[in-house]
Design a protein around this ligand. Sequence first.
Ligand SMILES: Nc1ncnc2c1ncn2[C@@H]1O[C@H](COP(=O)(O)OP(=O)(O)OP(=O)(O)O)[C@@H](O)[C@H]1O
Ligand SMILES: [Mg+2]
Length: 251
Amino acid sequence: MSVILEARALSKRFGGVTAVEDLSFGVETGELLGLIGPNGAGKTTVFNLITGVHRPSAGEVVHRGTRLSGRDPAAIARRGVARTFQNIRLFPSLSVLEHILVAQACRARNRFARYWPFLTAGERARRSEALALLAEVGLETRSDEQAVHLPYGAQRRLEIARALATSPDLLLLDEPAAGLNDTETRELRGLLERLQRQGHTIVLVEHDMALVMKVCSRIIVLNFGRLIASGPPAQVRANRQVIDAYLGVAG
Ligand SMILES: Nc1ncnc2c1ncn2[C@@H]1O[C@H](COP(=O)(O)OP(=O)(O)OP(=O)(O)O)[C@@H](O)[C@H]1O
Ligand SMILES: [Mg+2]
């Protein structure tokens, strides 16, 4: 297996707070890697460092052999790193389908197509690709609805579809099960398993331990910004430090 992304001795300080400290890990092509830890452990900050929202205070992120740190978020998305947000961020005025069309345009080579995704040639092909993607997340019948009016679980699935529409080679999901009911969580689990079977490489930040333990092949654990454990689910679940820091209360 090849390593698609590497965090090397990554640190991030916000004033006096050290959110991430000397963190190194790799993501292998095709794996579904879990990133867990208590509230405030630094998980979202790791995603922000990978996607260029924040610059590391020290260390670097390397994606397919290229240093990402210092690049802007749009350039990193165009390279193939896509994410969802812990707090859903949809465009208030766009329909479900339009979210996908805009995201497809993000990686378009042609600048015109990037800025005017609804007007260029090839629109029909992209529309049918977009509808296929919506079908993948169970939203094909809601394509014309305004996204912000969808039920919560559907909004979360749309965020994933929007990320997938950029044709990413790495997908970062920040608490996709947060706020979902049992049925929605089951649907999400099915979606994650399908995505993994299709060969997607995913990093999953999630507090739903049943979900993480079920779908992830490997898990890394943060506590106060530091890596305290990494390994297959069964091994991480039995780790004393992980139980004391996190699973004792969450698991
Ligand atoms: N932009 C910021 N400015 C200042 N402090 C920040 C910022 N972002 C994160 N932090 C701090 O960094 C630490 C790590 O936060 P982060 O959001 O990465 O944790 P998390 O593991 O994602 O937590 P949760 O499970 O609650 O989402 C926290 O102490 C947080 O308050
Ligand atoms: Mg977070």
